[in-house]
Design a protein around this ligand. Structure first.
Ligand code: HEM
Length: 424
C-alpha cells in the first residue's frame, strides 16, 4: 500500500540552531509550531540526527526505545508535569496525577476490575447502536459533522450507559471534561483563567457525582454499570469512588473523539485503503486494524509530558546517551516512536500486520491507559458504523477541514455521506 502523506525532512535543525544562537527562548516556540504543522517531518529529522533534542525549555524524546524508557521509569520521569492540576480540579489525588504511590497501585487495580474486559462485546454493541441512531438522524442531509454529531455524543452516551455517569446533561459533562483536560494538557503557560475554569468544572463534577452516589445508595435496584459496581464494593471510601468516577470521562471524552477524528481523516485521505476498509467493514476483526494503522499516521496523543525528578542518563550505553538534569520538562513522543524504523518496519507504509506492541496510542508503563479495552472497541466500532454508510468522503476545505481547539482537540469535521457526486 502507498505511503500517502509521507513527508521529507526539512532542515529543521539548521533553522532551530540559528534561532537558538540569536534568540534562545524563541527557538523552542519554533519546535512547538513545527510539532503542530509537520510533526512527521520534524520527528523524522530528529530521530535521524538528534533523537534527544534538548532545548532551553524542554527536551523531546523521539526514538521508540527512549520513549518507552521515559514512560517506564515513573520514579525518574514523573507526571508532576501536569498531575498537580488534575489533583486541584478533583480536590484530591488521582492516579494520573501521582506516581508509584500506594493509591496508584490500589486504585488502578480496583478500576481494572470495575472495567472488566469481559464487558467489551456489550460496550461495542452500545457504541454501535448509539452511532447508528446518530447517523440515521444525520444521513438525509448528505453530510455529517462527525465530532459534534457522532464522535462526542457516542463517547458521552458510553459514559452515561456503561460508566453510569450521564452528567446533568451531555453538554454539561462535555463542558466539564473539556475544561479540566485543557488545563491539564494544553495550558502551557499556566494561564490562571484556564486553571480556575478547570477547578470550577472539577468541583461541579464531584458535587454532581456526590448526589448521584446518594441516589445509587438509595435505589432498590441500581443498573449494572461501573458506578453501581463501585458502590457495591463496600471497602472503597466515598471520596475515592467520586474521584475515580470523575476520572472516567476525563480519560475518555476528549481522547476517543480525538482518535476517531484523526483515524477517519487519515482513512479518507487514502482512497485505495478506504475502499479496502469499506470492503472489510462487515467484519470487525478485519476492519479494526485499518483504524489503528490509520491513527498511527496522526495519533491524538503525540507527546506525553513528564518532569525529570533526578539527574538521569537517558539511552545510557548507546550513542544517543544524553544526561537529563533534574527539573527538565521532558516530552516523550509516542507519535515519533511509532515511526522508528529500528522497531517498526517500513514505517511510512500503511500496513495491516503491525503487532500490538508497536502501538503506543494508549501510553506505556506505569500510566498506561486504564480504559484501553472499552476504548479500543468504542473507537473502532464508531468508525466502522460510519464507514458502513454509503459514500463517506472528504469534503473540500474549508468545510471538510478538521477544526481543532487550541490546535489539539477536534471540534468540527464535516464529511460527505450518501451517493452524491464527489465535490471539488
Ligand atoms: C474508556 C475510555 C478511557 C478511559 C476510562 C481512560 C482512562 C485513563 C486513565 C485513568 C489513565 C491514567 C492511568 C494511570 O495513571 O495509571 C489513562 C491514561 C492514558 N490514556 Fe486513557 N482512557 C480512555 C480512553 C483512551 C483513549 C481513546 C485514548 C487514545 C486513543 C487514551 C490514551 C491514553 C494515554 C496515552 C494514557 C497515558 C497518559 C500518560 O502516560 O501520560 N485513553 N487513561
Amino acid at each position: 500500500m502507498g505511503a500517502v502523506g509521507q513527508t521529507t525532512t526539512g532542515g529543521y535543525l539548521e533553522r532551530y540552531d540559528e534561532a537558538l544562537a540569536s534568540a534562545p527562548m524563541s527557538a523552542f516556540g519554533l519546535v512547538r509550531e513545527w510539532i503542530r504543522s509537520d510533526w512527521r517531518g520534524l520527528f523524522a529529522e530528529l530521530r535521524e540526527r538528534r533523537p534527544i533534542l534538548v532545548t532551553p525549555a524542554f527536551t523531546v524524546v523521539t526514538r521508540h526505545a527512549d520513549v518507552t524508557e521515559v514512560l517506564s521509569r515513573e520514579e525518574i520521569f514523573s507526571v508532576r508535569a501536569f498531575g498537580p492540576r488534575l489533583d486541584a480540579a478533583l480536590g484530591g489525588p488521582f492516579m494520573l496525577g501521582r506516581d508509584a504511590t500506594a493509591m496508584n497501585w490500589r486504585e488502578k487495580g480496583l478500576m481494572q476490575v470495575m472495567l472488566d474486559p469481559g464487558d467489551v462485546a456489550g460496550v461495542r454493541e452500545l457504541a454501535g447502536n448509539l452511532a447508528d441512531e446518530l447517523l440515521d438522524a444525520a444521513s438525509p442531509g448528505g453530510r455529517v459533522e462527525t465530532v459534534g454529531g457522532l464522535f462526542r455524543p457516542v463517547a458521552l452516551g458510553v459514559c452515561a450507559h456503561y460508566f453510569g455517569f450521564p452528567g446533568p446533561d451531555p453538554q454539561t459533562l462535555s463542558r466539564w471534561t473539556r475544561a479540566v483536560v485543557t488545563d491539564g494538557f494544553a495550558n502551557f503557560h499556566g494561564d490562571p483563567e484556564i486553571q480556575a475554569a478547570s477547578v470550577r468544572a472539577g468541583t461541579e463534577m464531584i458535587a454532581y457525582l456526590r448526589e448521584r452516589l446518594a441516589e445509587y445508595r438509595a435505589a432498590p435496584d441500581p443498573p449494572d454499570d461501573v458506578f453501581a459496581r463501585l458502590v457495591r464494593s463496600s471497602h472503597v471510601p466515598d471520596d475515592r469512588i467520586l474521584i475515580n468516577m470523575a476520572g472516567l470521562p476525563l480519560g475518555f471524552v476528549e481522547s476517543a473523539p480525538g482518535a476517531m477524528t484523526e483515524a477517519v481523516e487519515q482513512l479518507l485521505m487514502r482512497p485505495e485503503v478506504l475502499a479496502e476498509a469499506v470492503e472489510a467493514a462487515g467484519d470487525p476483526e478485519r476492519f479494526d486494524r485499518y483504524v489503528w494503522e490509520a491513527l498511527r499516521f496522526n495519533p491524538f496523543f503525540k507527546l506525553l509530558p513528564r518532569l525529570c525528578e533526578r539527574d538521569h542518563v537517558l539511552a545510557a550505553g548507546t550513542p544517543r546517551a544524553t544526561p537529563i538534569p533534574a527539573g527538565t520538562f521532558v516530552l516523550a513522543a509516542p507519535a515519533s516512536a511509532m515511526f522508528d524504523a529500528d522497531v517498526v518496519p517500513e514505517p511510512g507504509e500503511f500496513r495491516l500486520d503491525r503487532p500490538a506492541h508497536h502501538h503506543l496510542f494508549f501510553g506505556h508503563g506505569h500510566h498506561a491507559c486504564l480504559g484501553v479495552h472499552p476504548a479500543r472497541v468504542v473507537v473502532s466500532e464508531t468508525v466502522r458504523r460510519l464507514l458502513l454508510r454509503p459514500g463517506v468522503r472528504l469534503l473540500p476545505p474549508p468545510e471538510g477541514a478538521v477544526e481543532r481547539a487550541l490546535g489539539i482537540f477536534p471540534d468540527r469535521f464535516v464529511v460527505g455521506l450518501g451517493t452524491e457526486r464527489r465535490e471539488g
